[in-house]
Design a binder for this molecule. Structure first.
Ligand code: SF4
Length: 677
């Protein structure tokens, strides 16, 4: 019996139909019947030989098969002992932006209630945190796209800052076919190939570019003064900074011609409907929050956010990148996208959970800081749906921290690199084998349905949390194992918060209703377009935020004369733990490569196809040279999906954004050499 569901991978959440273990695209607004190569081949992971189907426990240095009862008993006993000896904060939890809403919610509750720890964060910290922080600062609320993606089809111009959807989510591009595209990216990506105007700032200078274009908007008479007066506050402070960034000055810093900055301003201002969209390329910086604020200031100056047919948004990456940050697996948040240090939020959520608000821990350390504490303050780590050894910055350091733990437990679908280093590995069901909801890049809540039986031997993440919670002394009913029951509780916990799901039911989703949060009652049709009347700040106004360019945390020097940036390729998803199991995808992208200008390669004694060493202050990686004439001569690009000696994240800089705690994945200093040198 065919089952309509959604792709297991990215935030576009393309509609697909699963039938007898195969997938086919289906008509859905985000993909309009299209799928990318990852989606088409996603069924291969269901019966992959790489699937985990039995719990594993490390004995005598090796992971050996175990029963579920023995594995859960062992984990619970070790957690109890560590908590008794070192306190509840000696145990930490790490979640993922691919987990369903129900899993993210129950994981946050498990950490705060069953473990009593403040130490929980997730890999969305590496992904969406700067965009989220800037969105909250400007609009009072963070919803990636506060409008349906189909609205983009009517736009006259779209500026994409640090986004490469032609490669990362190709079906998205069909929404942009009629727009003049302005693409901001140091690389000539497939998305840049489709652009009317490609702006190529030096890595780490996006904020200077945003300031230069904002200056051009004002100087060339494109400022929307009426909108500024009616819908915003703080322009004068932001302009005091931008006034010093006339395009010629921005050109000196970014390398983008002043004339092109003015053209970008004019394309956006003169279009019949325009959007400014950001993604990881501009966000994953040690000043990522300010950089996104720079783009938001530009959008506000043009009068775009909250206006029908125009807007500002960010393109979420992971499948549940939006929902994953709303339900309490983030170090500083409770369900409903509430702050954990807000007394009213604590009281509300504690009442839903049936616990004393005073018993709830406060905010914990962010992901990178949490990983730094492994083996010292943190003795045990439980990882759900994240492959830290490949995806976290400075990964050799992360490996050493993981090795220093008393207990590492990994719950996953496949034997990821992190799972292989664990003391206990718990095999769980995946997308098409279980029910659950996700929230896509436009804040639309979707039902992923069970379409096939899971392999015998696996349980669900909800089963794992229930089994551990009960062993830790929690009442069984406090940790339901049926996704719809968890969702019913999540609705109550989210009620009244910014991300209010209280009016969303499985029945409404089964009936195909398009529900974008907030949905405050079962009669509420939801909010496909947020901010049309007012922004979410108490006064209803959007905030300009005065931000200034500061540059990357690490600059090239004589020892490391080049810049290194990282990103994705079409065939792989995130750490590649799933997509590296799919034959067609491996054939399409078999190994890590370093994209480099031919002259830069030649200066290092290298040519296309050679193996090269790329080195930064944190380590080195070996990658196949891909000589690309369009590359900036000062830049190296590596995809981050590959394991072992090819990990791009052996190089990356964990310098943190002061607001979002996002590490600077997108630029560090490096050098290129032959493998021998
Ligand atoms: Fe669609 Fe993203 Fe899946 Fe590709 S990976 S099919 S773009 S949801």
């Amino acid at each position: 019996m065919p089952v309509d569901t959604h792709c297991p991978y990215c935030a576009l959440q393309c509609g697909m139909r699963v039938s007898a273990g195969t997938v086919a695209p289906r008509e859905f607004p985000t993909n309009r019947g299209g799928l990318c190569q990852k989606g088409w081949t996603s069924a291969a992971v269901l019966d992959s030989p790489g699937r985990l189907t039995v719990p594993l426990v490390r004995r005598d240095g090796e992971l050996r098969p175990s029963t579920w009862e023995d594995a859960l008993d062992l984990v619970a006993a070790r957690l109890r002992a560590l908590r008794a000896e070192h306190g509840p904060d000696s145990v930490a939890v790490f979640g993922g932006g691919g987990l369903t809403n129900e899993k993210a919610y129950l994981l946050g509750k498990f950490a705060r209630v069953a473990l009593g720890t403040s130490r929980i964060d997730y890999n969305g910290r590496f992904c969406m945190s700067s965009a989220a922080a800037a969105g909250i600062r400007a609009f009072g609320m963070d919803r990636g796209l506060p409008f349906p993606v189909t609205d983009l089809a009517g736009a006259g111009a779209v500026l994409l800052a640090g986004a490469n959807p032609a490669e990362t989510m190709p079906p998205f591009m069909q929404h942009l076919t009629d727009a003049e595209l302005v693409v901001v990216d140091p690389r000539r990506t497939p998305t840049a190939e489709a652009a009317t105007l490609h702006l190529r700032p030096a890595p780490g200078t996006d904020l200077a570019l945003a300031l230069g274009i904002l200056h051009a908007v004002v100087a060339d008479g494109h400022l929307d003064k009426e909108y500024l007066a009616e819908r915003t506050t703080g322009f004068d402070d932001a302009w005091r900074v931008a006034a010093a960034w006339w395009p010629e000055r921005a050109e000196r810093v970014t390398g983008v011609a002043a004339a092109d900055q003015r053209r970008a301003a004019a394309l956006l201002a003169e279009a019949d409907g325009a959007y400014v969209l950001t993604a990881r390329g501009t966000e994953q910086h040690a000043r990522g929050t300010d950089t996104v604020s720079g783009w938001i200031n530009l959008a506000l100056a043009l009068g775009l956010p909250g206006r029908p047919g125009s807007g500002f948004g960010c393109l979420t990456g992971q499948g549940n990148g939006q929902g994953g940050r709303e339900h309490g697996q983030k170090a500083d948040q409770l369900p409903g996208y509430r702050r954990i240090d807000d007394p009213a939020a604590r009281k509300h959520v504690a009442a839903v959970w049936g616990v004393d608000p005073e018993s709830l821990p406060g905010p914990g350390p962010s992901a990178v800081e949490l990983l730094d504490s492994l083996g010292s303050a943190t003795k045990a780590l439980l990882v759900f749906g994240s492959n830290l050894l490949v995806s976290a910055p400075r990964s050799a350091h992360v490996a050493s921290r993981l090795a220093a733990l008393d207990l590492l437990v990994v719950t996953d679908v496949v034997a990821s690199e992190t799972a292989r280093q664990a003391d206990v590995v718990l095999p769980v069901a995946q997308w098409a084998e279980e029910d659950g909801t996700l929230t896509n890049l436009e804040g639309r809540i979707l039902l992923r349905r069970r379409a096939v039986d899971p392999p015998s031997g696996v349980r669900t993440d909800l089963d794992v949390l229930h089994g551990l919670a009960v062993r830790l002394g929690q009442p069984p009913q406090r940790f339901p194992t049926v996704a719809e029951e968890v969702f019913t509780e999540l609705r109550r916990a989210s009620a009244g918060g910014p991300a209010d799901y209280s009016g969303v039911t499985y029945d409404r989703l089964r009936a195909g209703e398009a529900l974008h949060w907030p949905v405050v009652s079962t009669d509420d049709p939801g909010t496909p377009r947020a901010f049309l009347d007012r922004f979410a700040h108490p006064d209803g106004l959007a905030r300009f935020v005065p931000v200034d360019h500061g540059g990357p945390a690490e600059l090239p020097d004589a020892e490391f004369p080049l810049q290194v940036t990282t990103g994705r390729v079409l065939a792989h998803y995130q750490s590649g733990a799933q997509t590296r199991l799919v034959e067609e995808l491996v054939a399409a992208a078999p190994e890590v490569f370093v994209e480099v200008h031919p002259d830069t390669a030649a200066r290092a004694g290298l040519a296309d196809g050679d193996l090269a060493r790329v080195t930064s202050r944190r380590g080195s990686t070996v990658a196949r040279v891909r000589a690309v004439a369009s590359m900036r001569p000062d830049l190296l690009f590596l995809p981050f999906h590959f394991p072992g000696a090819g990990r791009a994240n052996l190089l990356t800089n964990p310098a943190l954004d002061p607001v979002s705690r996002m590490p600077e994945f997108k630029v560090c200093a490096g050098r290129l050499s032959t493998v021998e040198s």
